[in-house]
Design a protein around this ligand. Sequence first.
Ligand code: ADP
Ligand code: MG
Length: 301
Amino acid sequence: MRIAILSRQAKLYSTIRLVEASRQRGHQVEVIDTLRCYMNIASHKPSIHYKGRRLHNFDAVIPRIGASITFYGTAVLRQCEMMGIFPVNESVAISRSRDKLRSLQLLSRKGIGLPITGFAHSPDDTQDLIRMMGGSPLVIKVLEGTQGMGVVLAETQKAAESVIDAFTGLKVNIMVQEFIKEAECSDIRCFVIGGKVVASMKRQAKSGDFRSNIHRGGTGEPIKITPEERVTAVRAAQIMGLNVAGVDILRSNHGPCVLEVNSSPGLKGIETTTGIDVASKIIEFIEQHAKPHSTRTKGKG
Ligand code: ADP
Ligand code: MG
């Protein structure tokens, strides 16, 4: 098969591993810099141009779209879908997963366990919102944040009020969440591929922080997850419409709580922690499912 990896960084661990795994399994693979793709969207025959040539003949595309380029990246991916190239994750599902509020609303509708979460627009409602969330301590999150950036723990009512008011004053969209203290500054990353958890790890925040993101200095260790956690992770990925997803779960007193579902989960932490060849499992998934023109949504809605 011919596989394209949409990635800005050919030298990134995840990209390197996906290239290796593709070659090992006998496929041709090319890393395409997402931001160097350009296209004529009104043409009768959809196409993508890249560094002066026309891209064609790809059977599958692995989107590795960073949060900062979601808009352009999903547009390029949508064009791939229109050309009949099989996407590991569809553009619509990626856009959906990038909005934390929208994601949690979708998950909540299907009965997935979540931390108590709320949002408000007007500073006049801040106090009542805090009361609704059960008071401090509270976690306040910027909706489009990633890698732990824009996630703040407010330990007191006053701190929560100031942080919420500061963000809303700056016209930044936020949500407010109960702080799951019993998770003890750790969470569980479940790596889901094609409806199965293929690897999981516990991530522990570095001392002095409550955010367990590896990018924030968190450390991973292998963990055996419970059947309930496994079902939760698989269902969360499925509800988001993602074939490949990193589902982050907190162990709370009221069961597993999904924090977020990542559509371009990194491979470094999970592979080095668990020793599992996750990259090859993604390529195997492509082998089993890539059919031309099989995108379910065709980039619509
Ligand atoms: P990001 O997209 O920036 O990774 P997350 O919502 O995943 O944002 O939050 C980052 C980290 O902060 C999580 O991995 C978790 O360790 C911690 N965290 C987030 N929300 C809560 C919460 N409600 N209670 C306890 N810890 C939390
Ligand atoms: Mg996260």
